[in-house]
Design a protein around this ligand. Structure first.
Ligand SMILES: Nc1ncnc2c1ncn2[C@@H]1O[C@H](COP(=O)(O)OP(=O)(O)OP(=O)(O)O)[C@@H](O)[C@H]1O
Ligand SMILES: [Mg+2]
Length: 332
């Protein structure tokens, strides 16, 4: 197969080292050198010629100077809720092929409420929620306690702590005040699902989209009822959670989890890869929480990589699968 000149677009956490304002977890979504170098190594082993493009202006200058055959896009972008769409929009404009979803899907998916409305319109079940733009009388929110409050346009558990599960009005008011102030964006308040939590890996595009596996994320101690896969838990994952691949649950439930995840992927026109987070809600129904069309690709600790490892699939197979899906779309 033809060897390609593959640029890697990325926003490295180290590039923001001098940014000190904002919440403590402000850089959580950005990638490490280790992740980017690991992707480059796989691409090289597959016979391609990888080069780092960075993100922002550096990327624009690099692709204008020399357009790659394909961009492996993991750039999270900076600033607005459309940040994940910035790089793909530029590549699309310059007619440069790129992996992962297009700008529309990436922009929508970073807004948890817009995403939920789109998947719900296709019949995908998702918890009831309200978007809070400014401090309101929480007694007027027509939601059943407990709820979870999360920043509307973040990922990587930014703004999500164990304390994000809220059981009374005064705690909710306090939490909303803090989130609105710290993250300077609306807050999604959502009814809390107390059942098992799953994440589903999907590869491919359109008719070729397929579930590669389901992983249950389970607290090692404590009750499932109060479990939140929060930032504290993700930072201490080896102690606080177990990952079951495949989950030890009824086959019928897992089939339903796969079906809901794939329907959400299709409703959002995702391409090449994504990870869908779900939790079992009332009536044993898998509820869609959110989708990650730019899932973390840390070779050790990202959820999708833990999932594929559990399936016996190598990191190389995962990265290779994303590239193959993109090549097939562009007939490269
Ligand atoms: N409605 C809900 N009911 C129960 N738990 C929830 C709900 N929404 C979120 N959670 C918990 O909070 C965690 C983080 O929420 P979510 O996946 O929406 O955030 P994220 O920061 O975008 O995640 P990621 O790190 O996957 O990008 C979930 O994995 C789950 O444990
Ligand atoms: Mg999530």
């Amino acid at each position: 197969m033809k060897s390609l000149d593959i640029g890697i677009s990325c926003d490295l956490r180290s590039a923001f080292g001098n940014v000190t304002s904002g919440p403590e977890d402000r850089l959580e979504e950005y990638d490490s050198e280790h992740t980017v170098n690991s992707i480059a190594k796989v691409l090289e082993a597959l016979g391609h010629r990888p080069r780092l493009l960075g993100g922002g202006r550096a990327l624009v200058e690099a692709v204008l100077a020399h357009a790659p055959d394909l961009v492996f896009n993991i750039a999270e972008g900076v600033g607005s809720r459309s940040r994940e769409a910035h790089v793909p929009a530029i590549l699309e404009m310059l007619n440069i092929p790129f992996t992962h979803s297009d700008p529309l899907t990436l922009a929508v998916s970073l807004d948890k409420s817009m995403t939920k409305r789109l998947v719900a319109a296709r019949g995908v079940p998702t918890p009831r929620d309200v978007v809070v733009k400014e401090l309101v009388d929480v007694a007027k929110l027509q939601l059943a306690m407990p709820v979870i409050a999360k920043p509307l346009n973040e990922g990587s558990s930014m703004g999500i702590r164990k304390s994000s599960r809220i059981t009374d009005a005064s705690a909710l008011t306090e939490h909303l005040t803090r989130l609105l102030n710290d993250y300077q964006q609306p807050v999604l308040v959502e009814e809390f699902c107390t059942g098992p939590e799953f994440t589903v890996g999907i590869l491919g595009t359109g008719a070729h989209a397929r579930v590669i596996g389901v992983m249950e994320i389970r607290p090692t101690t404590g009750s499932l009822d109060t479990f939140v896969y929060s930032l504290e838990v993700k930072r201490n994952y080896l102690q606080e959670v177990c990952y079951d691949v495949p989950p030890k649950r009824a086959p019928a439930l897992l089939r339903r989890v796969e079906e809901v995840a794939l329907n959400a992927y299709r409703a959002l026109d995702c391409r090449d890869v994504a990870r869908v987070d779900l939790r079992i809600g009332p009536g044993d129904e898998p509820m869609f929480l959110e989708i990650n069309p730019l899932p973390g690709l840390d070779p050790v600790k990202s959820d999708l990589v833990i999932l594929t490892r559990g399936l016996g699939m190598s990191y190389g197979d995962l990265i290779g699968g994303i590239v193959e899906s993109a090549r097939a779309r562009y007939q490269l």
